[in-house]
Design a protein around this ligand. Structure first.
Ligand SMILES: Nc1nc2c(ncn2[C@@H]2O[C@H](COP(=O)(O)OP(=O)(O)O)[C@@H](O)[C@H]2O)c(=O)[nH]1
Ligand SMILES: [Mg+2]
Length: 263
């Protein structure tokens, strides 16, 4: 069940019936963009505008924002968009993963993608990220921050981005080693999924480790996972970044746990 209340939006599906949708996926398919947001009043407006500006060759966009009980002006900033976006309001703060789960449950699209409520990523990369799914070549696509740029950004302005570098390296190595895969990044925000793999894969985690549990389960089920390069402009803690090294420990535990736990 989706916690909180939903404000439904008007949706334009080109009037396609389910049969037509199956016959002409490039014209009638929908991309659901799920945006977990917690205290992001500084960036949420600009982010929504950037998402709205993306053109996807005939693909419809469904923008779903899950406000995870923000205590700043995030919710108020969303009002101006009216029915152009869907807003799900959590009754209390439940965590990033719980917000993504609520968004996935509300999504009606054929392809689902996760988008943070900050400006660390570029929505113009959607096209590239969803392409392998549109072409029927993958069930899941992960955006990798390390295929386009070197990780020098981890030292920006003396912030502890070196710890992110180490944390990322451990998570990449451990996941690849335990699950027999060769990805270059598991913590990039952009992950796109066919609707089917989300429906068949329940995720228990509610924090930042949500993605790790989902990907580990999909790796165990041998779903087709592709990786594409994406752009990344990390923000600083004083700009609102929330992920900390402690979250990395929970992720490592999650990766270990789902290697052996039945599901
Ligand atoms: N920390 C945190 N972030 C949340 C929560 N609910 C939703 N989010 C959103 O999750 C996203 C990730 O945050 P960020 O600090 O940029 O982490 P990173 O991008 O994974 O390094 C942002 O869009 C947050 O607003 C929550 O309960 N806690
Ligand atoms: Mg972020």
């Amino acid at each position: 069940m989706t916690p909180g209340t939903t404000m439904p939006a008007e949706r334009d599906r080109d009037g396609c019936s389910p049969v037509e949708r199956a016959a002409t996926p490039s014209q009638c398919a929908t991309l659901s963009i799920v945006i977990p947001a917690y205290n992001e009043e500084e960036t949420i407006e600009a982010l929504v505008r950037k998402v709205q500006a993306v053109e996807l060759d005939g693909l419809q966009k469904e923008i779903i924002i899950v406000d995870d009980r923000s205590t700043d002006g995030t919710r108020e900033r969303l009002r101006q968009f009216g029915s152009a976006i869907r807003v799900i309001c959590h009754p209390r703060n439940l965590g990033k993963g719980a917000a993504v789960r609520s968004g996935f449950q509300a999504a009606t699209g054929d392809i689902l993608i996760i988008q943070d409520a900050d400006l660390e990523y570029d929505p113009q990369d959607y096209r590239r990220v969803i392409e392998p799914i549109r072409r029927g070549e993958a069930d899941v696509v992960m955006g990798s921050r390390f295929l386009l740029q070197r990780p020098q950004f981890f030292r920006r302005n003396g912030q502890p981005f070196f710890s992110h570098f180490i944390g990322n390296a451990v998570i990449i190595w451990l996941t690849n080693f335990l699950y027999g895969f060769r990805a270059t990044d598991y913590e990039g925000c952009y992950k796109a999924f066919s609707r089917q793999v989300i429906l068949e894969t329940p995720v228990k985690a509610s924090g930042f480790e949500f993605d790790n549990e989902l990907i580990c389960k999909l790796l165990r089920r041998k779903r087709r996972i592709a990786e594409v390069p994406i752009h990344y402009h990390p923000r600083l803690y004083r700009e609102g970044k929330k992920i900390r090294w402690q979250h990395g420990l929970t992720m490592i535990w999650t990766i270990l746990k789902w290697r052996v736990m039945p599901f």
